[in-house]
Design a protein around this ligand. Structure first.
Ligand code: GLU
Length: 353
């Protein structure tokens, strides 16, 4: 009898200690969307399988998970972006104890999903987007390692308030700055103009700098009130390019066009005529650079009185992308157009985010 009650007391104590230990671990939620990290030959890994793939997870966090999608990143639609952003916001709103969220994604267009979340998740808690370059059937698959590092970043107080983060290959980049720079190499995710934010080492998550532009908790974009995103297209500049493509996009209903300009924003061939056509029809044209890095400065007001009416009209609908690459300028313009059709307001948005 005595032995039995002693055993009972021991069991009770052990349970209390282990649940106290479990409670002490930060809680992270994983939202799986697919991509190479899940793309196993013969059948994609599920969120459940991904969650079980990480040795040592039990020392980093308590992980819950859900399968949001299981597709290549380039298949994700604009409506799914909105649904994903709403889901992430709801997860935070309904669970104050949640430390952070990891979103798995294919890498091809990962930077787009990540930047969309960077602009639309309204919380200081970390959202970390993770993928892998090698699939689970490949020798040297790095998905489980990247995912565990993503969970550690999502659980880390150091990552709070830093906006949406992208974690692959032991490196932390901001969703604002990062881009995929190589089709195949593991070190493909780079922030060309500003550099990485931090690293994930064996002993700690180290953040070295932060983004001063607005994002997440300081963002003005609210996906609860956006039912759909307007059509915005990207047009590349190359020698001898024709402006009829721009005209066709306007006629197809584009509300905005991002020009991936040469150098500091030059156009080529007859693209100038296409831009005049767009601005005459009230379509906003954002100038970005196709170089992959660098800033396009906003033009100053209406310009000199000597400008022709067409030139003035062009100015009234022209916006500079600042240092956003064309695909991210497109996302920012779509969100800006969901709030305003005032040119100066749109330029303000480009300068603040
Ligand atoms: N690399 C592809 C992507 O970015 C993944 C391919 C796949 O999942 O089928 O999503």
């Amino acid at each position: 009898m005595r032995l039995r009650s002693l055993a009972f007391v021991w069991l009770l104590a052990a349970t209390t200690v282990s649940s106290a230990f479990a409670q002490a671990l930060p809680r992270v939620h994983m939202v799986a969307t697919g991509g190479t990290i899940s793309n196993r030959d013969g059948g994609r890994l599920t969120a459940e399988e991904l969650a079980r793939s990480m040795p040592g997870l039990e020392r980093a966090a308590t992980l819950t998970h859900e399968q949001f999608l299981n597709v290549a990143s380039s298949q994700i639609t604009l409506d799914q972006w909105l649904q994903l952003a709403r889901r992430v916001n709801d997860l935070f709103a309904t669970d104050q104890e949640l430390a952070g969220i990891v979103v798995t994604s294919g890498t091809d267009t990962l930077e787009e999903t990540a930047f969309f979340l960077h602009l639309t998740v309204k919380d200081v808690r970390p959202v970390v987007v993770v993928g892998s370059m090698r699939n689970p059937s490949t020798l040297g698959y790095e998905g489980a390692a990247n995912l565990l590092e993503g969970v550690r970043v999502a659980a880390s107080p150091a990552a709070r308030g830093k906006g949406v983060l992208v974690v692959l290959n032991d490196e932390i980049n901001s969703a604002r700055d990062v881009t995929k720079t190589d089709a195949l190499r593991l070190q493909t995710f780079r922030s060309p103009t500003h550099g990485l934010l931090g690293i994930v080492d064996r002993d700690k998550v180290a953040i070295f700098r932060e983004i001063l532009q607005r994002h997440t908790h300081t963002s003005e974009f609210d996906v609860r009130t956006i039912t759909s995103l307007p059509r915005v297209d990207v047009v590349m500049v190359y020698q001898g390019a024709t402006g009829d493509v721009i005209k066709a996009l306007v006629d197809l209903g584009a509300k905005g066009i991002v020009i991936a300009g040469a150098g500091a924003g030059a156009t080529s061939g007859t693209q100038g005529e296409g831009i005049d056509y767009a601005t005459e029809k009230g379509v906003f044209v954002v100038t970005a650079t196709r170089t992959g890095a660098g800033r396009i400065a906003p033009n100053r007001g209406q310009g000199p009185a000597t400008l022709t009416p067409a030139q003035q009209r062009r100015r009234a609908f022209s916006i500079s992308s600042e240092d956003h690459i064309p695909v991210k300028a497109r996302i920012l313009l779509m969100l800006a157009l969901s709030r305003t059709s005032n040119r100066d307001e749109i330029q303000r948005i480009f300068s603040e985010y």
